[in-house]
Write a protein that binds this ligand. Structure first.
Ligand code: FES
Length: 78
């Protein structure tokens, strides 16, 4: 989320500034990368279930820890 905001990626509003309660950083991650992203905690799951466009690959960008193993990952901004 921070990388998206700092690079002016459209659609990432991040209203709660990464506190995992607004859902405005919702993204969809490709399955091959989804399985190697940082674990999803219950708070993130709760926010995602409230989003009407929640998908199998949905994550809150503010909860995904980006490191070198995610190089090449593509996301869809929801
Ligand atoms: S920035 Fe609000 S949930 Fe991610």
């Amino acid at each position: 989320m921070v990388a998206a905001v700092e690079n002016s990626i459209a659609g990432i509003k991040a209203v709660c500034n990464g506190c995992c309660n607004c859902g405005t950083c919702h993204v969809e991650i490709e399955p091959e990368f989804l399985k190697i992203t940082s674990p999803m905690y219950s708070g993130e799951k709760q926010v995602l279930t409230k989003l009407k466009n929640n998908q199998a690959g949905s994550r809150l960008a503010c909860q995904v820890i980006v490191d070198e193993k995610l190089e090449g990952m593509r996301i869809i901004v929801r």
